[in-house]
Design a protein around this ligand. Structure first.
Ligand code: PLP
Length: 410
């Protein structure tokens, strides 16, 4: 008899966005002609930039020739891309990394989900709340998160609430935890940590021998100078942190698939006997066993983002989304809503009026204004009473959605 991994049975039945789709479909079934505008799901909408398209065409033509054909690539990724990353994403910020500390991946979701394989099953986990669901679900799948209570809290997880009351800056845990997940700029709240605030976390980690998994998927959206793009801008971080990057939100790669993970060589974790083990070779071992690399085409496409034209074009698309974010913030504020984020991230986080529960507000907005948002409680218990709006939509559609909301309010 093959026994199932019963940890899967403790997971919430549905992915959040499947629940949203179900409710939207129910609405559409009873409102046949209604056209619904979604400011819900966090996917990009603008096409790939010309520099990326050209690189994809060139790489495709190379693959059509005997000389240019590429099969399995190097496990950690091609040097051309890893060198471009070091030179463009880190050196200008005074961060000197070795090329072997860069691991090209097929997007940050895989690595943020897989990285927990490097640590023992009984490490304790700390997360900011609300949070990107992948971090907790991936730990729950192997039993590390423990059991779930009625409010959806895992027993082996320390939740660090982020809400309007603390300005969305999580407090350090009152006890030590083994591993902490941080995501800044944050999905779902769209809020950021300053360098001083992030430094507190690095110092906590160094003092408590805590490992930080830092998700920087939205770093390209940072507009303010004092907001760190990488945790390695903080001294000591390479002794305590792994960092995840993605081209998905940076350059519209949600369908192309490419990103990278930094595992510094200074980073170690302990055996039960107290021996320190380097995590960089362990991650290489894991990847070369279970992952056969990101496609050559995707890596050439990612390289093109670092050319002068590529940089300019990517900046333009990010500007397009940030214009949406500014419009969302302005309009919501004018209408008297309490909103956060949206200044260094493509998400706007709204407190629902009069403490309306997230899912109730979601339905009111859907039926009243035919606009879809994402219920905050889907990202964790502290998200209750909030909803998320994405700036990743088409500008005119976003504008129309806001006009509908304004009309609905009156
Ligand atoms: C979108 C997103 C990612 C990136 O996912 P990919 O697999 O690279 O497409 C990672 N982390 C967060 C928090 C995200 O929202």
């Amino acid at each position: 008899m093959a026994l199932v991994n019963e940890h899967f049975l403790k997971l919430p039945g549905n992915y959040l966005f499947a629940d949203i789709a179900k409710k939207v479909n129910a609405f559409k079934a009873t409102h046949k002609d209604a056209d619904v505008i979604s400011l819900g799901i966090g996917d990009v909408t603008q096409p790939l930039c010309p520099a990326v398209i050209e690189a994809l065409h060139r790489a495709t033509d190379e693959m059509a020739t005997v000389q240019g054909f590429r099969g399995y690539g190097p496990e950690q990724g091609y040097d051309f891309l890893r060198e471009a990353i070091l030179k463009n994403d880190f050196l200008p910020r005074g961060i000197h990394l070795d090329i072997d500390e860069v691991f090209i991946n097929d997007g940050a979701k895989s690595d943020t989900g897989n990285i927990q394989e490097l640590i023992r099953w009984d490490n304790s986990i700390g997360v900011t709340d609300p949070i990107y669901p992948v971090y907790l679900d991936s730990n729950a799948m192997i039993g590390r998160a423990g059991m779930k209570d009625d409010e959806g809290r895992w027993s082996n997880v320390t939740y660090l609430p982020c809400n309007a009351e603390n300005g969305f800056v999580p407090e350090l845990p009152s006890h030590r935890v083994d591993v902490i997940y941080l995501c800044y700029p944050n999905n779902p709240t769209g809020t950021v940590l300053t360098k001083d605030e992030l430094r507190k976390w690095v110092n906590y980690a160094l003092k408590n021998d805590t490992l930080i998994f830092f998700d920087a998927a939205y770093q390209a959206y940072i507009q303010d100078d004092d907001i760190p793009h990488s945790i390695y801008e903080i001294r000591g971080a390479r002794k305590c942190a792994i960092e995840f990057h993605s081209y998905s939100k940076t350059a519209g790669f949600t369908g192309v698939r490419c990103g990278y993970t930094i595992v510094p060589k200074d980073l170690t974790a302990a055996t039960l006997q107290g021996e320190r083990i380097e995590l960089n070779p362990l991650w290489l071992r894991r990847q070369s066993t279970k992952f056969n690399g990101t496609s050559y085409l995707s890596q050439r496409a990612a390289e093109a983002i670092y050319t002068p034209e590529g940089k300019e074009q990517v900046k333009e698309t990010i500007g397009y989304y940030m214009r949406n974010a500014a419009m969302l913030l302005d309009t919501f504020r004018r209408l008297g809503f309490e909103v956060y984020g949206g200044e260094n991230a493509p998400y706007v986080w709204m407190r629902t009026p009069n403490g309306t529960p997230s899912w109730q507000f979601f339905e009111e907005l859907l039926y009243g204004a035919r606009v879809v948002c994402t219920p905050g409680v889907g990202f964790g218990p502290s998200g209750e009473g909030y909803v998320r709006f994405t700036a990743f939509g088409n500008y005119e559609k976003t504008q129309e959605a806001l006009e509908r909301i304004e009309k609905w309010m009156k």
